[in-house]
Design a protein around this ligand. Structure first.
Ligand code: BES
Ligand code: ZN
Length: 882
């Protein structure tokens, strides 16, 4: 059989402005479960900077055209051509005109969850990136900005709630029928990917917010009937986000209403449609009994993220999808800053950097590596990646580090002022910072263009004869797909020189100047910095706060790292010092396991952990991070080649057992001491105590010391919140196999009516590190609570297996790989986006040892050979094998 035609990629270099503009969109949408009618009236005109005399070419996707008029007249059949994926007016008059297009669709049959679909009966939409073309023919590109008015009509009993973008301007009955309607008007020009509508039987919680200039905004969160009691935290997070954006970025909300709708079937986390955010209900609904501390933190961060898009994304949008990081990287930076201000800044940084390394560094090191701003794509849905998001946020953070807080704010102010109402580019964004601060950012801009993680090698040497300290810094950037040769990057490296007494020495360079804020600018392959007036041997603290997203190697000894772990005034680097010791040990320990050697115990690491645990001045959340041993994925990434996941697993377990054994008393003591008094509260301080406590519990249970299992059982039974109950359950499932089935059964019975909690139950089982797990997962796909049609269920069971169970997904016999690829093929026609994301679990297959590498490649090749694959899966499998 022939392979599917592989359409040519989209290239940034081919960008042309649209030939036709759309000024107004009037939609009349009559909702029906299987035959929804869409009438679109487009007020169009030729683009003065477009190609003269061009046809009108509109995008479509699986559309059925019912009628078409131009200025009210039906068009002759030879005046246009139409297919399900496009509508072309061959020779339109070159003047302003009105097109009226009628299409009909079946939302109940839409399993891709793009365009108009139904979730538990509720009508909802998802248009980013290219879903609007599944609703009506339209120039579906983000640089076509129009003012939308939407009339939505539905049977009142089926959809008493009708929501659209902007403000509601009219509503009423449809006389003589059991239908009603609402008209929504959004005065702010927007690209079609921000269009949304919702219709359904939903309950609502409401509140209000008064903006900095005194305008009143009505806030609504809509949820499935009976779930309003779970939306309170989301509402609170929304109000805090709105205030924070005014205070920190000067951004005020700009409509009379702001609505959020939570739906159970959603491909992503949430979507920033103008005035009508649509959320995966997992990121809205929370009660202490059903949501963990991490769930609460995610809700806070994602509510903020989507709200912040109102300015970074909506008021200023992207010219084309290559500029995705313009809105996503910047908005991730903004939501990270928000959470840092709401919680503990150092702990937030530690968590964010962990995630960056886990997802982005591994992506950057593998076959799917791409620049923060890619220059070509085949399927844009596959570029909502850790690189665009997380590395994109790091690039914005570096900009702030380089320009200082004031310069950064001035640049942002200029960006909002200069580009409001526009579809902008990364060049536009950078020009604002360059102009506002008088800085040349041409070299810095390479962060958007070059993929791969820079490697810094730093050698420090104290010169007692000269009272000076010398730092030699070398940078390299490895080749990545399509980029064999690289130029040196501009890297802001925040450092300190820590004296033996633990003080930061003044940083004075040989020429008498001091690097502003302790930040060295590395802009070539090699640098030497000589600091004077250094009378004692200091320990350099490098890349403080993770000022640049780079890999760092240095000549610091274990003793130096132990010293930094105790004395560095930068909390991030205190944490990082412990991690560095742990990684060095674990890499060696993994080799020792593979070769059957014995390895001396990790005394230095245990001592550093013990010191943290004993220090009452430290934030418990921080100590919890220090005691968290790098994950199997982290270790595999640092090893980087010929990885045997079983050896990694064994090395990590041995280390955790050693810690749990050596520190049994202090760990048990901390478990007692940090019990939270009073009822559950999701605030950062209480959550931090639980993190620490539960980390201690895990170490004790793993080592079989300090009554770990008995404590876990007690915690499971007494827990008044999901954080503790879930941690206790995981501890029992992993370390007390004889208790496993009873505990899992109890948990299921308690929460069987709560799909979001049952997802946790699926996830835990999928992550058990033993050979029987694959069969268990297969069997669970037949469980009544499981459904291949719900993305949360699929991610909870199959996603957790593929990304959260390294030994079993990477089974030496290839059965884990084959299970995943079978699932991907099974899912692909119904929901290609979800299928492609699952297939992303192969992103590091090349670092595996030869036997597993061969199995992984064979599984990927089977996918590649399959005919009729979606563009989404074709793109991932092709790049993974390239
Ligand atoms: N704009 C995205 C949602 C989106 C993603 C639409 C991919 C279409 C394709 C939204 O702002 C977003 O980034 N959501 C994230 C969560 C966020 C906190 C990083 C998501 O959905 O995962
Ligand atoms: Zn976003």
């Amino acid at each position: 059989m022939m392979r599917d035609a592989d359409p040519s990629p989209v290239r940034l270099a081919d960008y042309r402005p649209p030939d036709w503009l759309v000024d107004t969109v009037d939609l009349d949408i009559s909702l029906h479960p299987t035959a929804t009618v869409i009438r679109a009236r487009l007020g169009m005109r030729p683009n003065p900077v477009g190609r003269e005399g061009s046809p009108i070419v509109l995008d479509g996707d699986e559309l059925v055209l019912k009628s078409l008029t131009l200025d009210g007249e039906r068009l002759a059949g030879n005046a246009y051509s139409v297919t399900p994926s496009s509508l072309t007016l061959l020779a339109p008059p070159q003047r302003p005109l009105v097109l009226e297009i009628e299409t009909r669709l079946d939302p109940s049959a839409n399993t891709k969850l793009m365009g108009l679909y139904r979730s538990s009966g509720t009508y909802c939409t998802q248009c980013e990136a290219e879903g609007f073309r599944r609703i009506t023919y339209f120039p579906d590109r983000p640089d076509v900005l129009a003012v939308y008015t939407t009339r939505i009509e539905a049977e009142r009993a089926e959809a008493p709630v009708l929501l659209g973008n902007g403000n509601k301007v009219e509503e009423g009955e449809v006389p003589g029928t059991d239908r009603h309607f609402a008209v929504w008007h959004d005065p702010w020009p927007k690209p079609c990917y921000l269009f949304a509508l919702v219709g359904g039987r939903l309950d609502r919680i409401s509140d209000r917010f008064v903006t900095a200039t005194g305008r009143e905004v009505e806030l609504g969160i809509y949820v499935e009937p009976g779930k309003t009691a779970r939306a309170g935290y989301a509402m609170d997070a929304l109000k805090r986000s709105m205030r924070w954006d005014e205070e920190v970025f000067g951004c005020e909300y700009d409509l009379d209403v702001f609505n959020i709708v939570a739906v159970a079937d959603f491909n992503m986390g949430a979507m920033e449609n103008k005035g009508l955010n649509v959320f995966n209900d997992k990121y809205v609904l929370a009660t202490p009994e059903t949501a963990t501390d991490n769930d609460y933190a995610s809700i806070e961060g994602i509510i903020a993220h989507e709200y912040f898009h109102n300015w970074t994304g909506n008021r200023i949008t992207c010219r084309d999808w290559f500029q995705l990081c313009l809105k996503e990287g910047l908005t991730v930076f903004r939501d990270q800053e928000f959470s840092s201000d709401q919680r503990s800044r150092p702990v937030k940084r530690i968590i964010d950097v962990r995630l960056l390394k886990a997802y982005q560094f591994s992506e950057d090191a593998g076959p799917l590596a791409h620049p923060v701003r890619p220059s070509t794509y085949r399927e844009i849905n596959n570029f909502y990646t850790a690189t665009v998001y997380e590395k994109g946020a790091e690039v914005v953070r570096m900009l702030k580090t380089l320009l200082g807080p004031e310069g950064f704010r001035n640049g942002m102010d200029l960006y909002f002022e200069r580009h409001d109402g526009q579809a902008a580019t990364i060049e536009d964004f950078l020009a604002c910072f360059a102009d506002a601060t008088g800085t040349d950012l041409a070299h810095f801009a390479l962060w958007y263009a070059q993929s791969g993680t820079p490697q810094l090698t730093v050698t420090g040497e104290w010169n007692p004869a000269e009272n000076s300290y010398r730092l030699d810094v070398e940078q390299t950037l490895p080749p990545t797909p399509g980029q064999p040769d690289k130029q040196p990057m501009l890297i802001p490296l925040a450092i300190g020189l820590v004296s033996p007494s633990g003080e930061d020495l003044p940083l004075t360079l040989a020429d008498g100047t001091s690097p502003a804020g302790g930040v060295l600018t590395i802009d070539s392959a090699r640098h030497s910095f000589v600091f004077r007036d250094v009378p004692e041997r200091p320990v350099p603290s490098l890349n403080r706060g993770f000022s640049a997203p780079v890999r760092l190697a240095s000549n610091l000894s274990t003793e130096d790292l132990v010293f930094l772990a105790r004395h560095d005034r930068d909390p991030f680097n205190r944490f990082e010092a412990v991690q560095t010791i742990a990684f060095a040990y674990l890499i060696e320990a993994t080799q020792a396991v593979s070769s059957g050697r014995n390895l001396p115990g990790p005394e230095a690491l245990i001592a550093a952990m013990a010191a943290s645990l004993a220090d009452p001045a430290l934030d418990p959340a921080f100590v919890g991070q220090v005691l968290t041993v790098p994950s199997e994925g982290d270790i595999a990434r640092e090893i980087g080649r010929d990885v045997d996941p079983d050896a990694v697993y064994a090395a990590r377990r041995n280390l955790r057992r050693a810690i749990g054994t050596a520190l049994a008393d202090p760990l048990a003591g901390a478990f007692e001491r940090f019990a939270a008094p009073g009822p559950y509260s999701p605030d950062a301080a209480s959550a931090g105590r639980r993190t620490l406590r539960n980390t201690c519990l895990g170490l004790l249970a793993e080592a079989g010391t300090g009554d770990g299992i008995a404590r876990a059982l007690g915690l499971y039974r007494a827990a008044d919140n999901m954080t503790d109950r879930l941690q206790a359950l995981m501890t029992l499932v992993h370390y007390a196999p004889e208790q496993r089935d009873e505990a899992l059964g109890d948990f299921y019975e308690r929460f069987r009516d709560d799909p979001l909690v049952i997802d946790k139950w699926f996830g835990i089982q999928a992550q058990i590190a033993e050979p029987a797990t694959l069969d268990r997962v297969r069997e669970l796909t037949g469980h009544p609570a499981f459904s291949m049609r719900n993305p949360n269920r699929v991610r909870a069971l199959i996603g957790s297996f593929a990304t959260g169970n390294p030994t079993q997904f990477n089974r030496a016999d290839g059965a884990g790989f084959n299970f995943l690829t079978d699932t991907v093929l099974d899912l692909d026609s119904a929901n290609p986006q979800l299928a492609a994301r699952l297939l992303g679990a192969f992103k590091s297959w090349r670092v595996l040892e030869a036997g597993r590498r061969i199995q992984a490649e064979a599984a990927l090749r089977r996918v590649a050979r399959t005919s009729g694959l979606s563009p989404d899966v074709t793109d991932i499998v092709t790049r993974s094998l390239a």
